[in-house]
Design a protein around this ligand. Sequence first.
Ligand SMILES: [Fe+2]
Ligand SMILES: [Fe+2]
Length: 331
Amino acid sequence: MKIEELDKELEAKHMRGFWKFQKGAHAPETPYLWKWDDLYDGLVKAKDSVDIRETGRRSIGLVNPSLGRDGTSRTIFVNFSVVNPKEVAEAHRHTAAAIRFIVQGRGAYTNVEGEQFPMEEGDLILTPNWTWHDHYNGSDKPIIWLDALDVPLISPLNVGFFELYERDVQPASFRRGEYAQRFGFARVPGREKEGRKGLPFRYPWTDTYKALQEIRAEDADPCNGSLLRYINPVDGGYTLPTMSCEIQLLKPGLKTKLHRHTSTACYHVFKGSGRTRVGEGYLEWSKGDSFVIPTWLWHAHENPGKEEAVLFSLSDQPVLEVLEWYKEETQ
Ligand SMILES: [Fe+2]
Ligand SMILES: [Fe+2]
Protein backbone atom coordinates (compact mmCIF):
# COMPACT_ATOMS: atom_id res chain seq x y z
CA MET A 1 0.00 0.00 0.00
CA LYS A 2 1.23 3.48 -0.84
CA ILE A 3 1.83 5.71 2.18
CA GLU A 4 -0.56 8.36 0.79
CA GLU A 5 -3.35 5.79 0.68
CA LEU A 6 -2.64 4.71 4.23
CA ASP A 7 -2.69 8.38 5.33
CA LYS A 8 -6.13 8.78 3.73
CA GLU A 9 -7.46 5.67 5.42
CA LEU A 10 -6.15 6.76 8.79
CA GLU A 11 -7.51 10.27 8.37
CA ALA A 12 -11.01 8.95 7.66
CA LYS A 13 -10.82 7.09 10.99
CA HIS A 14 -9.48 10.16 12.87
CA MET A 15 -5.98 8.84 13.27
CA ARG A 16 -2.64 10.11 12.01
CA GLY A 17 0.73 8.46 11.43
CA PHE A 18 3.73 9.81 13.30
CA TRP A 19 5.35 10.64 9.92
CA LYS A 20 2.48 13.05 9.22
CA PHE A 21 2.55 15.08 12.42
CA GLN A 22 2.52 18.72 11.50
CA LYS A 23 5.87 20.33 11.99
CA GLY A 24 5.77 23.90 13.23
CA ALA A 25 2.04 23.76 13.96
CA HIS A 26 2.79 25.41 17.29
CA ALA A 27 3.85 28.83 16.04
CA PRO A 28 6.27 30.70 18.30
CA GLU A 29 4.86 33.43 20.49
CA THR A 30 6.33 36.81 19.56
CA PRO A 31 7.15 39.87 21.70
CA TYR A 32 4.52 42.58 21.50
CA LEU A 33 3.93 46.03 22.97
CA TRP A 34 0.58 47.72 23.59
CA LYS A 35 0.63 51.53 23.82
CA TRP A 36 -1.16 53.22 26.71
CA ASP A 37 -2.82 55.81 24.43
CA ASP A 38 -4.58 53.06 22.45
CA LEU A 39 -5.64 51.23 25.57
CA TYR A 40 -6.78 54.39 27.36
CA ASP A 41 -8.78 55.46 24.32
CA GLY A 42 -10.57 52.08 24.38
CA LEU A 43 -11.21 52.33 28.12
CA VAL A 44 -12.61 55.86 27.86
CA LYS A 45 -14.96 54.74 25.09
CA ALA A 46 -15.98 51.59 27.00
CA LYS A 47 -16.62 53.70 30.12
CA ASP A 48 -19.56 55.33 28.34
CA SER A 49 -20.70 52.57 26.01
CA VAL A 50 -20.52 49.37 28.10
CA ASP A 51 -23.12 48.84 30.82
CA ILE A 52 -21.33 47.01 33.63
CA ARG A 53 -24.66 45.75 35.02
CA GLU A 54 -25.07 43.73 31.84
CA THR A 55 -21.51 42.58 31.27
CA GLY A 56 -20.40 42.08 34.89
CA ARG A 57 -17.00 43.60 34.14
CA ARG A 58 -15.78 46.40 31.86
CA SER A 59 -12.34 45.25 30.84
CA ILE A 60 -10.22 45.23 27.70
CA GLY A 61 -7.75 42.39 27.14
CA LEU A 62 -4.30 42.53 25.55
CA VAL A 63 -4.36 39.90 22.82
CA ASN A 64 -0.99 38.77 21.52
CA PRO A 65 -1.40 38.60 17.71
CA SER A 66 0.94 35.61 17.45
CA LEU A 67 -1.30 33.37 19.57
CA GLY A 68 -4.41 33.01 17.44
CA ARG A 69 -6.56 32.94 20.58
CA ASP A 70 -7.27 35.11 23.59
CA GLY A 71 -4.28 35.62 25.83
CA THR A 72 -1.38 37.97 26.32
CA SER A 73 0.80 34.90 26.53
CA ARG A 74 0.04 31.16 26.48
CA THR A 75 -0.31 31.23 30.27
CA ILE A 76 -1.43 34.72 31.30
CA PHE A 77 -4.16 37.08 30.12
CA VAL A 78 -3.66 40.75 31.01
CA ASN A 79 -6.75 42.97 30.96
CA PHE A 80 -7.49 46.51 32.08
CA SER A 81 -10.75 47.32 33.84
CA VAL A 82 -12.48 50.64 34.29
CA VAL A 83 -15.18 51.19 36.90
CA ASN A 84 -17.15 54.45 36.99
CA PRO A 85 -17.99 56.38 40.18
CA LYS A 86 -20.57 54.62 42.41
CA GLU A 87 -20.55 51.53 40.20
CA VAL A 88 -20.44 47.95 41.42
CA ALA A 89 -18.76 45.10 39.56
CA GLU A 90 -20.87 42.17 40.74
CA ALA A 91 -19.59 39.40 42.99
CA HIS A 92 -18.43 36.17 41.40
CA ARG A 93 -15.73 33.55 41.71
CA HIS A 94 -13.80 31.40 39.27
CA THR A 95 -11.13 28.76 39.24
CA ALA A 96 -8.86 31.18 37.38
CA ALA A 97 -6.67 33.02 39.88
CA ALA A 98 -6.50 36.77 39.41
CA ILE A 99 -4.47 39.73 40.55
CA ARG A 100 -5.23 43.42 40.35
CA PHE A 101 -2.61 46.16 40.09
CA ILE A 102 -4.11 49.63 40.41
CA VAL A 103 -3.04 51.93 37.59
CA GLN A 104 -5.12 55.08 38.00
CA GLY A 105 -7.48 56.40 40.68
CA ARG A 106 -8.25 55.72 44.32
CA GLY A 107 -11.20 55.42 46.67
CA ALA A 108 -12.50 52.08 45.39
CA TYR A 109 -12.32 48.70 47.07
CA THR A 110 -12.26 45.05 46.13
CA ASN A 111 -14.14 42.75 48.46
CA VAL A 112 -12.34 39.39 48.54
CA GLU A 113 -14.01 36.67 50.63
CA GLY A 114 -15.70 39.23 52.86
CA GLU A 115 -12.89 41.74 53.41
CA GLN A 116 -12.86 45.10 51.64
CA PHE A 117 -9.35 45.86 50.35
CA PRO A 118 -8.82 49.55 49.51
CA MET A 119 -7.54 50.21 45.99
CA GLU A 120 -4.87 52.89 45.64
CA GLU A 121 -2.50 53.48 42.73
CA GLY A 122 0.32 50.94 42.77
CA ASP A 123 -1.41 48.53 45.17
CA LEU A 124 -1.50 44.84 44.32
CA ILE A 125 -4.56 42.85 45.42
CA LEU A 126 -4.90 39.08 45.11
CA THR A 127 -8.00 37.04 44.41
CA PRO A 128 -6.69 33.46 44.53
CA ASN A 129 -8.60 30.79 42.66
CA TRP A 130 -12.22 30.21 43.75
CA THR A 131 -12.39 33.26 46.02
CA TRP A 132 -15.49 35.49 45.85
CA HIS A 133 -14.74 39.02 44.70
CA ASP A 134 -16.67 42.18 43.85
CA HIS A 135 -15.59 45.78 43.35
CA TYR A 136 -17.09 49.12 44.27
CA ASN A 137 -15.90 52.56 43.24
CA GLY A 138 -16.94 54.98 45.96
CA SER A 139 -14.91 57.87 44.54
CA ASP A 140 -16.05 60.57 42.14
CA LYS A 141 -13.60 59.57 39.36
CA PRO A 142 -13.28 56.39 37.26
CA ILE A 143 -10.70 53.90 38.51
CA ILE A 144 -8.50 51.79 36.20
CA TRP A 145 -6.66 48.66 37.17
CA LEU A 146 -4.73 45.88 35.52
CA ASP A 147 -6.42 42.49 35.88
CA ALA A 148 -4.30 39.46 35.13
CA LEU A 149 -5.59 35.91 35.12
CA ASP A 150 -4.15 32.46 34.46
CA VAL A 151 -7.04 31.64 32.09
CA PRO A 152 -4.92 30.59 29.07
CA LEU A 153 -3.09 28.11 31.29
CA ILE A 154 -6.11 26.50 32.92
CA SER A 155 -8.51 26.50 29.95
CA PRO A 156 -6.82 23.60 28.11
CA LEU A 157 -6.96 21.65 31.38
CA ASN A 158 -10.77 21.96 31.38
CA VAL A 159 -10.91 23.36 34.88
CA GLY A 160 -12.37 26.75 34.04
CA PHE A 161 -15.39 27.08 36.36
CA PHE A 162 -17.33 30.22 37.18
CA GLU A 163 -20.14 31.11 39.62
CA LEU A 164 -22.14 34.24 40.34
CA TYR A 165 -22.72 35.19 43.97
CA GLU A 166 -26.33 35.22 45.19
CA ARG A 167 -26.22 39.03 45.45
CA ASP A 168 -24.29 41.76 43.60
CA VAL A 169 -22.17 42.56 46.64
CA GLN A 170 -20.82 40.28 49.35
CA PRO A 171 -21.37 41.33 52.96
CA ALA A 172 -18.25 42.77 54.61
CA SER A 173 -17.93 39.96 57.13
CA PHE A 174 -14.27 40.65 57.97
CA ARG A 175 -12.92 43.97 59.15
CA ARG A 176 -10.16 45.64 57.11
CA GLY A 177 -6.78 44.08 57.77
CA GLU A 178 -8.24 40.91 59.23
CA TYR A 179 -6.79 38.51 56.66
CA ALA A 180 -3.30 39.99 57.09
CA GLN A 181 -3.65 39.59 60.85
CA ARG A 182 -4.91 36.00 60.60
CA PHE A 183 -1.83 35.12 58.60
CA GLY A 184 0.63 37.15 60.63
CA PHE A 185 3.36 35.66 62.83
CA ALA A 186 0.93 34.61 65.58
CA ARG A 187 -1.74 32.25 64.27
CA VAL A 188 -4.52 30.05 65.54
CA PRO A 189 -3.11 26.50 65.75
CA GLY A 190 -4.14 24.45 62.75
CA ARG A 191 -4.05 27.50 60.45
CA GLU A 192 -0.25 27.48 59.99
CA LYS A 193 -0.47 26.00 56.52
CA GLU A 194 -3.70 27.62 55.31
CA GLY A 195 -3.42 29.93 52.36
CA ARG A 196 -0.90 28.04 50.27
CA LYS A 197 -2.89 28.66 47.10
CA GLY A 198 -2.59 32.36 47.91
CA LEU A 199 -4.48 34.67 50.23
CA PRO A 200 -6.98 37.45 49.90
CA PHE A 201 -4.24 40.01 50.29
CA ARG A 202 -3.20 43.58 49.53
CA TYR A 203 0.37 44.80 49.06
CA PRO A 204 0.12 48.59 49.54
CA TRP A 205 2.16 50.71 47.14
CA THR A 206 3.59 52.86 49.94
CA ASP A 207 5.28 49.78 51.49
CA THR A 208 6.36 48.35 48.15
CA TYR A 209 7.87 51.60 46.89
CA LYS A 210 9.78 52.18 50.12
CA ALA A 211 11.20 48.64 49.97
CA LEU A 212 12.05 49.10 46.30
CA GLN A 213 13.97 52.32 46.92
CA GLU A 214 15.89 50.81 49.82
CA ILE A 215 17.30 47.80 47.94
CA ARG A 216 21.04 47.92 48.45
CA ALA A 217 23.33 48.01 45.43
CA GLU A 218 24.72 44.55 46.27
CA ASP A 219 21.18 43.12 46.22
CA ALA A 220 20.32 44.50 42.79
CA ASP A 221 19.83 41.90 40.06
CA PRO A 222 22.26 42.34 37.12
CA CYS A 223 19.50 41.35 34.68
CA ASN A 224 16.63 43.23 36.31
CA GLY A 225 17.90 46.15 38.38
CA SER A 226 16.28 46.60 41.79
CA LEU A 227 13.67 43.88 41.84
CA LEU A 228 11.13 42.72 44.41
CA ARG A 229 8.97 39.64 44.23
CA TYR A 230 5.56 39.74 45.91
CA ILE A 231 5.63 36.62 48.07
CA ASN A 232 2.85 34.56 49.56
CA PRO A 233 3.00 35.62 53.22
CA VAL A 234 2.07 32.12 54.42
CA ASP A 235 4.85 30.07 52.88
CA GLY A 236 7.24 32.68 51.44
CA GLY A 237 6.72 31.18 47.98
CA TYR A 238 5.45 32.73 44.79
CA THR A 239 2.53 35.19 44.83
CA LEU A 240 0.15 32.50 43.57
CA PRO A 241 0.74 28.89 42.45
CA THR A 242 0.34 29.91 38.80
CA MET A 243 1.68 33.49 38.66
CA SER A 244 4.58 35.37 40.17
CA CYS A 245 4.15 39.13 40.51
CA GLU A 246 7.24 41.28 40.57
CA ILE A 247 8.17 44.93 40.52
CA GLN A 248 11.47 46.44 39.47
CA LEU A 249 13.06 49.84 39.56
CA LEU A 250 15.51 50.79 36.83
CA LYS A 251 17.66 53.69 37.93
CA PRO A 252 18.49 56.43 35.40
CA GLY A 253 21.25 55.28 33.07
CA LEU A 254 20.89 51.59 33.96
CA LYS A 255 21.46 48.96 31.29
CA THR A 256 20.94 45.41 32.51
CA LYS A 257 22.69 42.24 31.37
CA LEU A 258 21.09 39.99 28.78
CA HIS A 259 19.37 36.88 30.07
CA ARG A 260 16.73 34.43 28.97
CA HIS A 261 14.46 31.98 30.74
CA THR A 262 11.80 29.45 29.90
CA SER A 263 9.17 31.49 31.74
CA THR A 264 7.12 34.11 29.89
CA ALA A 265 6.68 37.56 31.41
CA CYS A 266 4.02 40.23 30.90
CA TYR A 267 5.09 43.77 31.84
CA HIS A 268 3.29 46.99 32.64
CA VAL A 269 5.15 50.30 32.83
CA PHE A 270 4.07 51.97 36.06
CA LYS A 271 6.56 54.83 35.96
CA GLY A 272 9.08 56.39 33.58
CA SER A 273 10.24 55.27 30.17
CA GLY A 274 12.96 53.20 28.57
CA ARG A 275 13.44 50.27 26.26
CA THR A 276 13.84 46.52 26.39
CA ARG A 277 15.94 44.59 23.95
CA VAL A 278 14.15 41.35 23.06
CA GLY A 279 15.80 39.03 20.56
CA GLU A 280 17.03 41.21 17.70
CA GLY A 281 14.64 44.12 18.29
CA TYR A 282 13.75 46.73 20.88
CA LEU A 283 10.46 47.50 22.60
CA GLU A 284 10.36 51.23 23.36
CA TRP A 285 8.09 51.84 26.33
CA SER A 286 6.74 54.65 28.46
CA LYS A 287 4.29 54.99 31.35
CA GLY A 288 1.12 52.97 30.86
CA ASP A 289 2.44 50.71 28.08
CA SER A 290 2.40 46.94 28.42
CA PHE A 291 4.53 44.32 26.72
CA VAL A 292 5.23 40.61 26.66
CA ILE A 293 8.56 38.79 26.55
CA PRO A 294 7.99 35.22 25.35
CA THR A 295 9.89 32.19 26.49
CA TRP A 296 13.61 31.73 25.89
CA LEU A 297 14.29 35.04 24.11
CA TRP A 298 17.36 36.99 25.19
CA HIS A 299 16.35 40.28 26.75
CA ALA A 300 17.75 43.24 28.69
CA HIS A 301 16.24 46.46 30.03
CA GLU A 302 17.56 49.98 29.56
CA ASN A 303 16.66 53.26 31.19
CA PRO A 304 18.52 55.91 29.20
CA GLY A 305 16.51 58.78 30.74
CA LYS A 306 17.03 60.95 33.82
CA GLU A 307 14.00 59.67 35.77
CA GLU A 308 13.63 56.30 37.45
CA ALA A 309 11.48 53.70 35.70
CA VAL A 310 9.27 51.16 37.47
CA LEU A 311 7.99 48.00 35.78
CA PHE A 312 5.32 45.73 37.23
CA SER A 313 5.38 42.20 35.82
CA LEU A 314 3.80 38.78 35.97
CA SER A 315 5.33 35.50 35.01
CA ASP A 316 4.43 31.81 34.86
CA GLN A 317 7.68 30.84 36.60
CA PRO A 318 5.92 29.08 39.54
CA VAL A 319 4.31 26.58 37.15
CA LEU A 320 7.52 25.94 35.22
CA GLU A 321 9.50 25.45 38.43
CA VAL A 322 7.12 22.99 40.01
CA LEU A 323 7.09 20.95 36.79
CA GLU A 324 10.88 21.26 36.55
CA TRP A 325 10.83 23.11 33.23
CA TYR A 326 12.40 26.32 34.47
CA LYS A 327 15.77 27.17 32.98
CA GLU A 328 17.66 30.42 32.90
CA GLU A 329 20.84 31.62 31.17
CA THR A 330 22.75 34.85 31.57
CA GLN A 331 25.23 36.35 29.11
FE1 LIG B 1 -13.33 37.81 38.46
FE1 LIG C 1 13.80 38.30 32.37
